[in-house]
Ligand binder design. Structure first.
Ligand SMILES: Nc1ncnc2c1ncn2[C@@H]1O[C@H](COP(=O)(O)OP(=O)(O)OP(=O)(O)O)[C@@H](O)[C@H]1O
Ligand SMILES: O=P(O)(O)OC[C@H]1O[C@H](OP(=O)(O)OP(=O)(O)O)[C@H](O)[C@@H]1O
Ligand SMILES: [Mg+2]
Length: 279
């Protein structure tokens, strides 16, 4: 059985569970369960703290896991990123009292609070800055007001937490993070199926199916607007001058593509969601 680590709590937990469920795997009913055997799919799920997942996967105790790229790098584990999963996106940034800092070298000799000492320590060393890291478990934004640090380095999503604490970001982007599938071996039986299924979920979320009718002479022009993954499916209509076209388009571009197709003469343009995909 493939042994998979899944976040049991925190920002990544709910969406990771949803993705696995959309990929056809069983999910735990009790949010406190730490283990589930999905016999039908040949997979065992271990629900662990996201921060610990890279350690389990890197050691070989578990085959694959879902965690954050920032947590993977912070852990120093030998596990590697196999697939980016397109949720739980954030940036990792330095922040300090509004107006006080403008560049990385301003941190020389100061105290930086963070829950990601490995990641921040590596970044500072690479850029030749020496600072004292103050390791905290969370709610790092309060560290400056409370006087235990001069600046912080933390996850920023909307920036609301920073602003509320009177802080602003400065200096280079330390990391762009997202949820990732990690592994330390390529030869695990069942890993390819898991990856293909998760990729299918991403495709189903990122694309919609578009159907429309079009005069045959306009097919090339329409294909330039919506080329699809391989190429659109074209079927004849009873009227020999018209065709029915079916094509996948990126969900985010749906309305622009519909407008452009209508403009050149497409009619009966219909959009439907994709529930599952295997490309
Ligand atoms: N707004 C966010 N806040 C925190 N983490 C986020 C956010 N958006 C994405 N993430 C990602 O979630 C992961 C953090 O996992 P973690 O378990 O620490 O979640 P958490 O929401 O901070 O939970 P907790 O603080 O209760 O432990 C990191 O990879 C981080 O980049
Ligand atoms: O930019 P924002 O949208 O405000 O989100 C970022 C905040 O969210 C996370 O905190 P979390 O709720 O995980 O608490 P924690 O700091 O205790 O982990 C993170 O550590 C930041 O504090
Ligand atoms: Mg947190």
């Amino acid at each position: 059985m493939l042994r998979v680590a899944v976040p049991n709590k925190g920002s990544l937990s709910e969406t990771a569970g949803q993705m696995l469920s959309e990929a056809g795997y069983s999910g735990r009913r009790d949010p406190k369960s730490l283990y589930l055997a999905d016999e039908r799919n040949g997979v065992e799920f271990f629900y662990l703290r996201p921060r610990d997942i890279a350690t389990y996967v890197g050691s070989g105790a578990l085959d694959v896991g879902i965690t954050g790229r920032d947590l993977l790098l912070d852990s120093g584990s030998t596990a590697r990123e196999a697939t980016a999963l397109d949720f739980g996106s954030s940036t990792f940034r330095f922040a300090g009292p509004a107006g006080r800092f403008s560049e990385l070298s301003d941190l020389q000799g100061l105290r930086i609070a963070t829950s990601y000492a490995g990641l921040v320590g590596d970044f500072l060393a690479k850029h030749g800055v020496t600072a004292t890291l103050v390791s905290l478990d969370g709610a790092v934004e309060s560290a400056v007001q409370l006087g235990v640090a001069d600046a912080i380095a933390d996850v920023v999503e909307t920036g609301t937490t920073l602003r509320a604490a009177g802080l602003e970001i400065f200096g280079p982007v330390i990391l762009k993070s997202t949820a990732v599938l990690i592994t330390s071996r390529d030869d695990v039986p069942g890993l390819d199926v898991l990856q293909r299924r998760l990729h299918g979920v991403l495709v189903a979320r990122q694309y919609v199916m578009m159907d429309y009718d079009l005069p045959v002479r306009l097919l090339d022009e329409a294909t330039r607007i919506a080329p699809g993954i391989e190429s659109p499916t074209v079927a004849p209509l009873h009227d020999p001058e018209w065709a029915a076209v079916r094509v996948m388009v990126p969900r985010a571009d749906t309305n622009q593509i519909m407008d452009a197709l209508y403009e050149i003469g497409a009619r009966a343009i219909l959009v439907t969601p994709i529930h599952a995909a295997r490309l």
